[in-house]
Design a protein around this ligand. Structure first.
Ligand SMILES: [Fe+2]
Length: 229
């Protein structure tokens, strides 16, 4: 479904934008997990047991692939039927088998500024194909609290303002971004590419630093990014 971004946002917000979380996380620890995660993904590839990533219906271009090639490893699993609107509800998620397999990654995740976690997954593509530009949902008053992060900077990942055509490539190892009022996607790059996304509820102490928009709650990461530079 091709949908125009229609949410009104605080005039201080500019798109594309994202909030780097590198200042809040242990980047050196994250980088040190590169080989560990790569090795385990390669093992899983041989077993071909992971499901395909689906962009959802809100793509920039209707003709672009909604299953562009990435696969997912769920580190947690939902105890109720899959519903995108459950992903930030910790009570509905329990550790999946892969949490044991990726236990060192789970140790790192435990240091992130969450009070509780919900959906946790690794997205990977052995061929590093492009990820179709999309928005995650169109509920402007819903802001998912998540951290997207990666152990290396090889794969180009961008935020896009579809009205101006401007793209902003993420330069950090981690980010929280508005996934509703702007598009996001990835360019192709040869070889295995992966990133991790953890959704949940930020800790109260952490949340105290985050400016809350008066309307269009989904724009919270961009408001923060735009007024903190
Ligand atoms: Fe997405």
């Amino acid at each position: 479904m091709r949908t125009e971004v229609a949410g009104k946002v605080d005039p201080r917000i500019k798109y594309p934008s994202y909030k780097s979380f590198d200042e809040f996380i242990d980047v050196e620890w994250l980088k040190s997990l590169d080989g560990y995660i790569t090795e385990r993904i390669e093992r899983r590839l041989a077993e071909q047991k992971d499901t395909q990533f689906y962009t959802g219906p809100f793509r920039l271009n209707d003709q672009a692939a909604d299953r562009p090639g990435s696969k997912m490893v769920y580190l947690s699993q939902s105890t109720v039927p899959d519903d995108y609107y459950n992903l930030d509800q910790p009570k509905l998620w329990e550790p999946a088998a892969a949490a044991t397999e990726f236990s060192e990654l789970m140790d790192f995740i435990a240091t992130l500024p969450f009070k509780a976690t919900g959906r946790m997954l690794i997205m990977y593509d052995p061929e590093g194909r492009a990820v179709t530009a999309h928005r995650d949902h169109i509920s402007y008053d819903l802001c998912h609290e998540f951290i997207w992060f990666r152990t290396n900077l090889r794969k180009p990942f961008y935020l896009l303002n579809e009205k101006t055509g401007e793209k902003q490539y993420v330069e950090s190892h981690s980010a929280w971004f508005d996934s509703v009022n702007q598009f996001h996607g990835g360019d192709a790059r040869d070889g295995l590419a992966f990133s991790i996304r953890v959704d949940g509820v930020f800790s109260d102490e952490f949340k105290a630093h985050i400016p809350v928009p008066e309307y269009n709650r989904a724009s919270m990461p961009s408001l923060w990014a735009c007024i903190s530079v």
